[in-house]
Design a protein around this ligand. Structure first.
Ligand code: 13P
Length: 347
């Protein structure tokens, strides 16, 4: 492991005005997304769809890194270029999801623990050789009656730290993703407390396991009202509580926080990120995005599996990426949503 390399990669991923496209949907998840647009989830359809995203003209103005799934890391574009090369040529850093999914946690009804540590060292070495330079591991914490338990938080924090240490050993920047789900009726204050407890535990585990904080990125949830809570906090409150929570838990050595969208609508995910970057304070870390659904929903809907729709889908993707790029500077406005979508690349 070269510590400076890890630090440089992490910093490049959170370069100004840019963020991450999370395109690492596992096979069951991409099947669900394709079913919503009546497209069959075949390997060729998945390749075509991801190619559409990665060849969007000018997308590297707003996207610094892409998280891939194992299958995608090995696929090629129509012209025979590997997806990894296609991204590298645009100065976009390829990353890879390495966890094996959240499974039921034994002895803890309703809670999950993420698996994938067995054989991880060997897989990481292969991913490095294939061109990946960062990794992702997602842990899931659910808020409900009497949960999360400390046991669940501890088990997930320990696994996240083991994964992060192994990634750094292989020369890959770990994106540490403890996601407190927004599902439920809980208030924003409850989300704050659970997120705070989770992050405290995660950073203790990272410290205990000798993870170099300058060479990681944190991918957390924002502090939000539960999806079914009758009182929904607006962007200002979300921004204030989220940043306050991180000030209390995330060391300044961490180069960046790259939020997941987690089921927020596209525009709300952008507005909340924007509100944080528009705050009149200097944060020690970059506040960026690593969105899956909130970047991909418009292109997916525009595409619908038809070759004739590819350009329209790319325009929709570019528009969302541009709005989130503006939110990195606190310069996003609702009016941007009304702007005509540009036809192509801007060099
Ligand atoms: P969403 O932005 O759709 O939550 O996905 C991000 C991600 O990578 C989840 O692991």
């Amino acid at each position: 492991m070269d510590e400076q390399d890890l630090h440089n990669i992490a910093n490049a991923i959170v370069a100004e005005g840019k963020g991450i496209l999370a395109a690492d949907e596992s096979s069951p998840t991409i099947k669900k997304r394709f079913t919503s647009i009546d497209v069959e989830s075949t390997e060729e359809n998945r390749r075509t769809y991801r190619q559409l995203l990665f060849t969007t003209p000018g997308i590297n103005e707003f996207i610094s890194g892409v998280i891939l799934f194992d299958e995608t890391l090995r696929q090629k574009a129509d012209d025979g270029t590997t997806f990894v090369e296609l991204l590298q040529k645009q100065n976009i850093i390829p990353g890879i999801k390495v966890d094996k999914g959240a499974k039921d946690l034994a002895g803890a009804t309703g809670e999950k623990v993420t698996e994938g540590l067995d054989g991880l060292r060997e897989r990481l070495n292969e991913y490095y050789d294939l061109g990946a330079r960062f990794t992702k591991w997602r842990a899931v914490i659910t808020i409900g009656e009497d949960i999360p338990s400390q046991y669940c938080i501890d088990a997930n924090a320990h696994a996240l730290a083991r994964y992060a240490a192994l990634s750094q050993e292989a020369g890959l920047v770990p994106i540490v993703e403890p996601e407190v789900l927004m599902d439920g009726e809980h208030t924003i204050e409850q989300c704050y407390h659970v997120t705070e407890a989770t992050l405290n535990c995660v950073f203790q585990a990272l410290y205990d396991q000798n993870v170099m904080l300058e060479g990681i990125l944190l991918k957390p949830n924002m502090v939000l009202s539960g999806k079914d809570c009758s009182q929904q906090a607006g962007a200002e409150e979300v921004a204030e509580l989220t940043v306050d929570c991180f000030n209390n838990t995330v060391p300044a050595a961490v180069p960046g926080i790259v939020f997941l969208s987690g089921g927020q609508s596209n525009e709300i995910a952008t507005a909340n990120l924007n509100a944080m970057n528009a705050m009149d304070v200097n944060h020690p870390w970059q506040l960026s995005f690593s969105y899956g659904r909130a970047l991909q929903e418009p292109p997916l809907k525009a595409w619908r599996g038809e070759a004739a729709n590819i350009e329209k889908a790319q325009q929709a993707f570019r528009h969302r990426a541009k709005c989130n790029g503006a939110a990195r500077h606190g310069k996003y406005t609702a009016a941007m949503e009304q702007e005509p979508i540009e036809a192509g690349a801007q060099k």
